[in-house]
Design a protein around this ligand. Structure first.
Ligand code: SIN
Length: 516
């Protein structure tokens, strides 16, 4: 058994920011499933939305965030995000983060559903890389922060009320308990539940599944955001093409070469993400095509190469020149708006357990996240999680009586690879961009069947991971089935209207409220 003051699960922007905040308060262990940079932070392209441009102010940022969130944002949480976001970004710059500049001043780009250009970016389209590098440099310089890479979280250790650490499998395959005064879950999202995703291999919903088993309250699990534009080529991996490409003038065309977004929303190609993703989905359906196209051919080649070096080079690798070719794109699972329900101080419903970043749901995103608000959320609420956790420094670290117990081994060994593939297909088809009561009911039935096969005792990380994927998929599907309306990223073809009278509220769930 290891003992520490603070255990942080996840090494993305939120986890790192929390670790830095805790530096003066005690020993911090950061565990992470892959290598430190393997999560979503490093992959973020577009930037950070922050009210720093001339003529901008937090109030305007708040207005755009609330509008994109389709009536489900928590206003107080959004106010914290947009106001504290300014000083968090300035602090990051003071730690050495280099954002792109024009004439010696920060350069701002445009993204969907923002009324003004307020997104700062780094190295053109590699903002996440710069943010992560800066935080890692800062964290590595603090001697009481210890990193454990390739370490898998099996379960939290809790009694009815408190969390006292976690059961983990370390990089050598050893199972051990890390006992902690406070635990912060910052383990990221669950894009890997879907066939097409912008997320890395590690994003399998472990955090929400573990929190669910521990009895934590979750909310808004039905709201999964699909990014409208990812590269679609049979030979290429699903690669994000930043929304800022459209912010700089890129245009969507269907397979007949026609523009179409003006027919769906007054903001056209820069409509909120959920609107653009559904519009693309319906164009693909109507034309029987596997993608639509992003057209940048009217933009200057030199500008494109400089502004989007990463996208330019990746497309080139697959034989496409973004300056002269139309780029085939289609939506892919990108971000979970819901997750572990937290207060403004990152407190979950379990004492000594805090949560921040994508795995948490503090209410800043509502039913649809505004573009480039996620790195900001990680900075602001990561810092707040650190402040909250600090009060548990040096407190008792006894292991709770609810420690996970070994259960009987399942009789039949599931074919893990096959089951994961089937789960991704099922979620894409039945709980994806467009869902309905029938498809969700079918998906839930299947998932419950699979849970019986793979949900029991597990013997390897792959088995634990599959169990978590099934749990997270069940939570999304059950919540989506319950919400009998359409709102933001949750679109039900059998209930296409938004129903404020009955559904302008969060769906909050916890395992003790469910019979099976
Ligand atoms: C992008 O660059 O389009 C992604 C930004 C985000 O998800 O907010």
């Amino acid at each position: 058994m290891q003992q520490t003051d603070f255990l942080i699960i996840g090494s993305g922007v939120a986890g790192l920011r929390a670790a830095i905040e805790l530096a003066g308060a005690g020993a911090v262990n950061v565990i992470t499933k892959g290598a430190v940079a393997e999560g979503s932070t490093w992959r973020a392209q577009g930037g950070i939305a922050v009210a720093l441009a001339e003529g901008d102010e937090p109030e305007l940022h708040m207005k755009d965030t609330l509008r994109a969130g389709a009536g489900l944002c928590d206003e107080e949480a959004v106010r914290v995000l947009v106001e504290e976001g300014v000083s968090c970004v300035e602090e990051l710059i003071s730690w050495g983060a280099k954002f792109d500049e024009e004439n010696g001043r920060l350069s701002f780009t445009q993204e969907a559903a923002h009324e003004i250009r307020r997104i700062i970016h780094a190295m053109g389209d590699a903002t996440g890389e710069e943010v992560h590098r800066t935080l890692m440099r800062k964290a590595r310089g603090i001697k009481n922060i210890k990193f454990m890479e390739h370490t898998f979280l099996v379960d939290l250790i809790t009694d009815e009320k408190e969390c006292s650490g976690a059961l983990i499998i370390d990089k050598n395959g050893r199972t051990q308990i890390i006992s902690a005064g406070a635990t912060i879950l910052a383990s990221g999202g669950l894009g890997q539940l879907y066939k097409d995703t912008t997320n890395s291999e590690v994003a399998t919903g472990d955090g929400v599944a573990v929190a669910w088993r521990a009895g934590c309250e979750l909310q808004d699990m039905e709201f999964v955001q699909f990014h409208p534009t990812t590269l679609y080529l049979p030979s290429a991996p699903c690669f994000l093409i930043s929304e800022s490409v459209r912010g700089e003038g890129g245009i969507l065309r269907n397979s007949e070469g026609k523009t179409f977004m003006a027919g769906y929303h007054e903001m056209g190609d820069l409509a909120p993400r959920d609107v653009v993703s559904r519009a693309i989905f319906s164009q693909m359906w109507r034309t029987g095509s596997g993608s639509v196209f992003l057209d940048m051919t009217h933009l200057k080649p030199g500008f494109l190469r400089k502004r989007f070096p990463n996208i330019y080079l990746t497309c080139k690798e697959y034989g496409l020149d973004i300056a002269s070719d139309l780029i085939p794109v289609r939506p892919a699972a990108h971000f979970l708006m819901g997750g572990i329900r937290t207060s403004l101080t990152a407190q979950t419903s379990i004492e000594r357990l805090l949560s921040c970043g994508e795995v948490a749901s503090v209410g800043v995103h509502g039913a649809n996240r505004l573009a480039s608000n996620s790195l900001l959320e990680g900075l602001v609420f990561g810092k707040r999680a650190g402040v909250s956790a600090a009060r548990y420094s040096g407190r008792g670290i006894a292991v709770g009586k609810g420690s996970p117990e070994e259960k009987a081994k399942p009789k039949a060994k599931p074919d893990l690879k096959h089951m994961k593939k089937s789960l991704k297909q099922l979620m894409e088809q039945k709980a994806g961009i467009v869902r309905c009561g029938k498809s969700l009911g079918e998906a839930l039935e299947k998932l419950e069947e699979w849970d019986k096969i793979a949900g029991g005792a597990c013997a390897s990380i792959e088995e634990f991971e599959l169990r978590n994927m099934i749990t997270a998929a069940r939570l999304i599907t059950a919540s989506a089935l319950k919400r009998e309306e359409s709102r933001g990223a949750h679109y039900r073809s059998d209930c296409p209207d938004t129903d404020d009278k009955h559904w302008k509220k969060h769906i909050v769930i916890k395992s003790s409220d469910v019979s099976s």
